[in-house]
Design a protein around this ligand. Structure first.
Ligand code: BGC
Length: 431
């Protein structure tokens, strides 16, 4: 059987897509979202200054509510601009494994902050979910993504809820700025970008979920709600919501079974929480083709879940945990098929990711001068750890930008969400 041909028919193949046409669709959706027309891209203005100076040696509390983990602690910058972290705790993101109430969620945050209450006044809250940012720097959750289940919080002001929960425990006088993790990544990239004279900035995340923030500079910005009047406006694209592209039957099936059917469908083709499950659906659909050993077919038919990490470890042959894929029931030939299918999932994800990033570069309107490239801070375990993903993204990106005479430089900043949240916490209330 021609597995790659079959995958292409299912749209799970980079070859099933036309990158230039997709880029046009992305740009159209961005423009519509900015203009308040119906669009799959939320295009949320962020209330952050992009020229604020960061006070040194001042402690700030940081909450990093990511897709997989919740990290809370104290951060401060030293005179050299290095970030120092202390009192950090890390635990699984609440609401991922089971449904929680809002009170249970806030109790987790307050438990972590309470012992630190005398160490900080401001909190930089990196919230990796779609939230409309309000003039008081709080955010209202639009909907959950990444399979998080805390339904009471949808539509609620997340920072205000935390302040109230802290007050109920006697912790008063604190201020919170809530920002998306891509906005945090954009801010965190600025120090490196300034050092190479970057013309503009992008924060891109590909981890459990995916998203992009960029700096909008055209005449549109005067019309935006969060416009600060500095001549530029950071926009959280919510690019995981992009829907102006064709999906295959298995994408639709995965979407239908997810916590938010019909929502964030782009994310469901490229991000860490979905690539493994999509691969499993494809493998299970191949059982009737008779290409697996009997034992392998039987093992797949009862498999309930396949994590991206485990199939990726198998694909990379890195000697790490492959979980159920290591069962003796599977033959080497079965494992080769697994690798072929996952490679196609990754190749498609790489092309779509490059289109997404290129659209942000084009829309930002900078980067024509090679001496002043656009600085793209990329964060996220899926981007960096998935076998052969980053190199393929870079190849596509080079082609897409090169054809348009645009220049960009991709960078990586350790702990970008925490760095960005600390910058926002330290600068926002001083602007
Ligand atoms: C969320 C975004 C977030 C992204 C990356 C998506 O699921 O909607 O707000 O930036 O994941 O963490």
């Amino acid at each position: 059987m021609d597995i790659n041909g079959w995958l292409k028919e299912q749209m799970v193949s980079a070859e099933a897509y036309d990158a230039d046409a997709l880029l046009e669709n992305f740009l159209n959706e961005m423009e519509k979202g900015l203009n308040g027309e119906s669009s799959s891209l939320a295009m949320i203005p962020a209330y952050v200054g992009i020229d604020g100076r960061v006070p040194i040696d001042t402690p700030v509390a940081v909450i990093d509510a990511g897709g997989t983990n919740l990290r809370i602690g104290i951060a401060r910058f030293d005179t050299a601009g290095s970030l120092h972290l202390s009192h950090f705790s890390k635990q699984p993101m609440p609401g991922r494994d089971r449904e929680l109430t809002a009170a249970e969620f806030y109790a987790v945050l307050v438990d972590a902050l309470a012992p630190l209450k005398n160490e900080f006044e401001q909190i930089g809250f990196c919230f990796s979910y779609p939230a409309t940012i309000l003039p008081d720097y709080d955010g209202r959750l639009l909907h959950w993504t990444k399979e998080i289940k805390i339904p009471e919080l949808v539509g609620k002001h997340i920072g205000a809820g935390l302040l109230a929960a802290m007050e109920a425990r006697g912790i008063t006088g604190k201020q919170i700025v809530l920002l998306n993790d891509t906005v945090a990544a954009l801010l965190a990239g600025m120090a490196q970008g300034q050092a190479f004279n970057a013309a503009s900035y992008i924060g891109f995340i590909l981890g459990t979920g995916t998203n992009t923030a960029y700096v909008e500079c055209n005449e549109n910005i005067g019309k935006l709600d969060g416009y600060l009047g500095t001549g530029a406006q950071v926009i959280n694209v919510e690019s995981g919501g992009f829907a102006a592209f064709r999906r295959g039957p298995f994408d639709l099936q995965l979407d239908a079974r997810s916590e938010n059917p019909g929502g964030h469908v782009f994310e469901k083709t490229i991000s860490g929480v979905y690539m493994g499950p999509l691969t499993l659906e494809l493998l299970q659909a191949l059982i009737p083709e008779g290409i697996f050993s009997d034992g392998g077919a039987a093992a797949f038919s009862i498999m309930k879940n396949l994590s991206t990490i485990h199939i990726d470890n198998l694909a990379a042959d890195n000697g790490r945990d492959v979980d159920v894929l290591g069962f003796e029931a599977f033959t080497d030939a079965d494992r080769e098929i697994m690798k072929t299918v996952f490679a196609a999932v990754v190749e498609r994800a790489a092309l779509l990711t490059a289109v997404n990033i290129a659209a942000a570069v084009v829309k930002g309107g900078a980067g024509q001068d090679p001496e002043h490239p656009v600085c793209i801070n990329i964060d996220g375990s899926t981007y960096y750890k998935t076998h052969r993903l980053a190199e393929q993204v870079q190849t596509h990106l080079k082609n897409l930008l090169g054809a348009r005479g645009l220049h960009a430089r991709c960078i990586q900043v350790d702990d970008a969400p925490i760095v960005g949240a600390a910058i926002a916490g330290l600068t926002t209330f001083r602007l």
